[in-house]
Design a protein around this ligand. Structure first.
Ligand SMILES: *Cc1c(COP(=O)(O)O)cnc(C)c1O
Length: 383
């Protein structure tokens, strides 16, 4: 056996998750499971009496759904949300039979039997999905769990008001279905003053009263910070658990979770007038100390991101374009010879938060995390 591909057991869970070793990898992603647990506790404290689920779609926002969910379960979290049935089936395997797992996009037509067999709760977004889930319940001979999602004004997923009216008038509509939640999703929760928030809340109030009596759920991460009117019985945070700021206009009330570091491949002094990187989009105005790091757009960094890496608190701007597997840095702010091949520079961490990195790339922290590549050495700490 060689040790190039090491089996690790991150946080005591997911023994099958192979990660390239630290020596071999070009970049290292450190995920602080202890910080995720603390963030869960902070959100719970803010929720008062309401319950707190864990949203672990898109592989736990790119950080590892199995590891994240195991950490949250140790905090007492027993309700999870994924986006896709495939994610739900994988999560059921890693979490065991007890926690509730909801599939936000609902069950694709024809996949109901598999969803039922995995013990998953459907999020019902349409009358069509309701009929299919009811049929599946009849076929399996037992009640099947489902959250009913209504569209309170985002126009993305959930039953429209007219559909809610139809099912409300049909005494058989929910036969065989164990309604676990009445839920909806906010479009503008990260803008507390946006009038859509209260409009959506009132529409949710109106629609949920037409459904079978069930616990209610409206708030995502940012929704938790809109005040207790938005808390209802269950909140569904994702981003905030992972250290993304749910209150962009104010300091982040959560702890950072992710550290991303890339290895220096080589350093050199560039001559004045040198064209740097693909397309020569940058030319050195004068001789310049540069370093090339083992990290590029194949690792999830936008090709056009005007950005920087950091070393011991010193900012090292990107030069020219981001390549697939490498980026050239201006290291002239460091003493000569200070940065060497094999040293690690930081892309996300204490010097540059996920949200700041996202700002430089013209996107949001959600996209930075879920774009992170698959060739890092992944290190789970404080599990
Ligand atoms: C993604 C998602 C969430 C979690 O949102 P965050 O902003 O990451 O907290 C909650 N509910 C639904 C329906 C979602 O799609």
């Amino acid at each position: 056996m060689n040790d190039v591909l090491k089996k690790t057991v991150p946080g005591g869970a997911a023994a099958d998750s192979a990660t390239v070793s630290e020596t071999v990898a070009g970049a290292i992603l450190t995920i602080d499971l202890g910080a995720i647990r603390q963030n869960y506790r902070r959100l719970k404290a803010r929720l008062g009496g309401a319950r707190c689920a864990g949203v672990v779609k898109a592989d736990g926002y790119g950080l590892g759904a199995a590891q994240v969910a195991a950490a949250l379960a140790r905090e007492g979290c027993d309700i999870f949300f994924v986006a896709l049935l495939s994610e739900g089936i994988a999560l059921r395997r890693s979490l065991g039979p007890v926690p509730a797992i909801h599939v936000l996009n609902g069950i694709a037509p024809g996949a109901e039997a598999e969803a039922a067999a995995a013990g998953l709760a459907a999020v019902i977004n349409s009358v069509e999905q309701l009929v299919a889930w009811r049929t599946a319940a009849r076929r399996t001979g037992r009640k099947l769990p489902a959250a009913i999602q209504v569209d309170s004004g985002m126009s993305r997923l959930g039953m429209a008001a007219v559909e809610v009216a139809v099912v409300a008038g049909d005494p058989q509509a929910f036969e065989g279905i164990d309604v676990t939640l009445a839920m909806s999703h906010l479009a503008c929760a990260d803008e507390p003053a946006h009038p859509a928030n209260e409009r959506q809340r009132l529409e949710f109030e109106r629609l949920r009263k037409m459904l079978p009596k069930a616990p209610a759920s409206l708030a995502n991460s940012s929704g938790i910070f809109l005040g207790s009117r938005f808390h209802y019985d269950l909140a569904r945070p994702g981003a905030a658990l992972y250290g993304i700021n749910p209150t962009p206009a104010e300091p982040n009330p959560l702890l950072p979770v992710v550290r991303l570091q890339a290895k220096v491949v080589q350093t050199r002094i560039l001559e004045a007038g040198a064209g740097v990187g693909y397309g020569h989009t940058f030319h050195t105005p004068a001789p310049l100390a540069a370093a090339t790091i083992s990290f590029g757009y194949a690792d999830g960094w936008h090709r056009r991101a005007a950005s920087a890496a950091w070393f011991e608190g010193v900012r090292l701007p990107f030069l020219g374009r981001v390549s697939m597997d490498s980026i050239i840095l201006d290291i002239s702010a460091l003493p000569p010879g200070r940065l060497k091949a094999g040293d690690l520079v930081e892309l996300i961490g204490p010097s540059q938060t996920v949200d700041q990195a996202a700002g430089h790339a013209g996107t949001i922290g959600y996209e930075i995390l879920t774009s992170l590549g698959h060739r890092f050495h992944r290190r789970y700490v404080n599990g």
